[in-house]
Design a protein around this ligand. Structure first.
Ligand code: NDP
Length: 282
């Protein structure tokens, strides 16, 4: 039986409706959640991500501002802007779109954002709180994956979750969130020996590699739930890290690309900004 399609597009739309209601309630109490997105340069992928974020904010009635800089901006100028936004009481979420040009240290910029406005969840304080299971802003892609699993009734307790990829923005944090949800977690990466022998043990397989269609049916146990985080631009269009056609024949559930994890990432950014506005208002 072909896999059930876990539609991130649909689940994100459901959550955005909930968030829209929440924003309209907050507005009645004079709380206006506001997100500021800073875009440096004009990398086409970044342009498209930023556009999606601003559009989503507008759609749910949240205030959003896009601040653009030429890619010649100095690190000091950018840090000084972040500092101004930190102090601006009307701003609840600050997101500096990555990647940044090479004259700017991404780490320094991430650390400059006030932790209480770090809606991307990349600040070391947010990461540290997440690791220890304290309340914090969860980084958006892993948080979105957890929502996809939850709202698709995928049980995690005692299940073997295998994550392929160990980046700071996806692989590592999703592994920890799965662990906190009582899965038994294995993390694979480019030095893993005999990848397929490990991924084939997964009840839940998360592919966050960035290599077009590298996870084939030979990597997947029949009946597994497969979450494809990859976004790869190829001549044939956008494809994931999973060979969808053949894996969907044997998996029990699978996310498509596009329309899977992507819309969830943006939705979690909105949720974090609303949460920040609520915390700010006490
Ligand atoms: P990174 O390039 O930072 O990390 C990729 C990871 O994959 C690394 O840990 C790397 O291992 C591992 N890897 C590379 N090749 C192999 C291999 N042959 N076998 C096993 N592991 C391998 O990527 P990101 O984590 O930032 O992103 C992963 C994918 O997810 C990308 O396609 C990206 O575009 C997409 N993405 C999608 C988002 C969404 O919202 N849908 C959000 C964020 C990312 P090592 O550490 O050893 O180098």
């Amino acid at each position: 039986m072909p896999a059930k399609i876990i539609s991130g597009k649909q689940i994100a739309a459901d959550i955005r409706l909930e968030l829209k209601d929440e924003v309209s309630e907050l507005r009645k109490n004079d709380i206006f959640p506001k997100l500021v997105v800073v875009l440096v340069g004009n990398n086409p992928a970044s342009e498209s991500y930023v556009k999606g974020k601003i559009r989503a904010a507008e759609e749910i009635g949240m205030e959003s501002v896009l601040i653009r800089y030429a890619d010649t901006i100095s690190e000091d100028e950018l840090l000084s802007k972040v500092n101004d936004l930190n102090k601006d009481e009307s701003v609840h979420g600050i997101l500096v779109q990555l990647p940044l040009p090479k004259q700017i240290s991404e780490q320094r910029v991430i650390e400059a954002i006030a932790a209480e406005k770090d809606v991307d969840g990349f600040h070391p304080e947010s990461v540290g709180r997440m690791v220890t299971g304290l309340e914090t802003f969860l980084s958006c892609t892993p948080a979105g994956i957890m929502q996809l699993l939850k709202r698709s009734d995928v049980s995690l307790q005692g299940k073997h979750a295998v994550v392929v990829g160990r980046s700071n923005i996806v692989g590592k944090p999703i592994s920890l969130l799965l662990l906190q949800a009582d899965a038994t977690v294995t993390i694979c990466h480019s030095k893993t020996v005999d990848l397929a022998s490990i991924t084939k043990q997964a009840d839940v397989l998360i592919a966050a590699v960035g290599r077009a269609e590298m996870i084939t049916k030979d990597h997947v146990k029949p009946g597994a739930v497969v979450i494809d985080v990859g976004v790869n631009r190829t001549d044939a269009g956008l494809v994931g890290d999973v060979k969808f056609d053949e894996v969907s024949e044997i998996a029990s559930a699978i996310t498509p690309v596009p329309g899977g994890v992507g819309p969830m990432t943006i939705t979690m950014l909105m949720a974090n900004t609303i949460e920040s506005a609520k915390r700010h208002a006490g």
